[in-house]
Design a protein around this ligand. Structure first.
Ligand SMILES: NC(=O)c1ccc[n+]([C@@H]2O[C@H](COP(=O)([O-])OP(=O)(O)OC[C@H]3O[C@@H](n4cnc5c(N)ncnc54)[C@H](OP(=O)(O)O)[C@@H]3O)[C@@H](O)[C@H]2O)c1
Length: 298
């Protein structure tokens, strides 16, 4: 069985490929089934998911049994001014993949986001709570989910949040860099979510792949925090002398409105393959140890 990963240059695709190469991570081993076929990890120049014809001809060539769609337009603020592009990549892209997956009876593992919720809840969102996105990124990702459910019968939708991995840009790397350049950092303390180590997410993606436990999943680091608490832990684990101060979203104007509370509950993981996602602090410490020691992960 061949495996196809879209968005091949992104941070999650790289973490999945790292896991394939190492065959195991702190959470466990990768299923042998993945190594009976070929693994194709392709960027947008090899497979542009926004073109139905392109997807069709590419799928005909490589005949994937499992497709993992990590491709997305992830620049949340830019989505507000590039609305067509956001919907093209985040909604029509998964639609195209779903249509062709259905034609060839492939499984589709599609990655989505906590930003499908509006953040008004006071308790963690379960998989079956009604989405109500409040920005273009969230709206386009939600439409992507709807298309996947509509056009593909063998689907897994995994919603994740506050993702960081070894390749690509992310909050952890931004804080690490800023802490070396500035004496004081100000970070918002009124947006609560779940930091997620891409390697832990990659592990659960690959655990679900061989199963028939189709449906919607929440897969994030366990327990929640604010961006301020997240940044504070990053500084603590790197023994940084940089000071940090909490600030509020109103002091730090961004183009897109973000949900204040987007914590996700992992009910579907608990009810199916099991929830091995680590506490966000445990996973962060592990990431920083690897990052600081410069362990080559790919
Ligand atoms: N990062 C987070 O904090 C976060 C939070 C919640 C959910 N997610 C979801 O998790 C998934 C993976 O995120 P990530 O952080 O790995 O994102 P990423 O690093 O931005 O990777 C996404 C990749 O998709 C590629 N892409 C864009 N348009 C494409 C197209 N038309 N066809 C094929 N590939 C295309 C991008 O290429 P270019 O960069 O060259 O355009 C990029 O390499 C996404 O579905 C995202 O929505 C991420």
């Amino acid at each position: 069985m061949n495996i196809l990963i879209t968005g091949g240059k992104g941070q999650l695709a790289n973490s999945i490929m790292d896991l394939f190469k190492r065959r195991e991570c702190s959470l466990g081993k990768v299923d042998e089934i993945y190594f009976h076929g070929q693994i194709f990890c392709v960027d947008k120049h090899h497979l542009d998911i926004t073109s139905l014809e392109h997807v069709k001809s590419y799928f005909k060539k490589i005949k994937p049994g499992i497709v993992i769609n990590t491709a997305a337009y992830t620049h949340v603020d830019d989505c507000e001014s590039n609305i067509d592009l956001a919907y093209k990549i985040n909604a029509l892209g998964p639609r195209n993949l779903s249509i062709i997956c259905e034609e060839i009876q492939a499984k589709l593992i599609h990655i989505s986001t906590d930003y499908v919720f509006d953040g008004k809840s006071k308790i963690p969102y379960k998989e079956f709570d009604s989405p109500h996105p409040i920005n273009i990124y969230g709206k386009s990702k939600y439409l992507g989910e709807e298309y996947v459910k509509q056009f593909c019968s063998k689907y897994f939708i995994l919603r994740t949040s506050w993702l960081y991995g070894h390749k690509g840009k992310n909050f952890v790397k931004t804080i690490l860099k800023a802490s070396k350049e500035k004496e004081v950092l100000r970070v918002v303390n009124d947006q609560i979510g779940n930091p997620t180590y891409a390697e832990d997410l990659a592990y659960h993606i690959l655990k679900l792949g061989p199963t028939k436990e189709y449906g919607i999943y929440h897969c994030t680091g366990n327990d929640s925090c604010s961006w301020y608490e997240f940044a504070k832990a990053i500084l603590q684990y790197t023994n940084s002398n940089c000071k940090i101060q909490p600030t509020s979203s109103s002091d730090y104007k961004s183009v897109a409105t973000r949900p204040n509370y987007s914590t996700l509950d992992h009910m579907m993981l608990r009810c199916t393959i099991g929830d091995k996602m680590r506490h966000w602090k445990v996973a962060l410490e592990d990431f920083i140890n690897n990052y600081e020691r410069n362990v080559p992960l790919s």
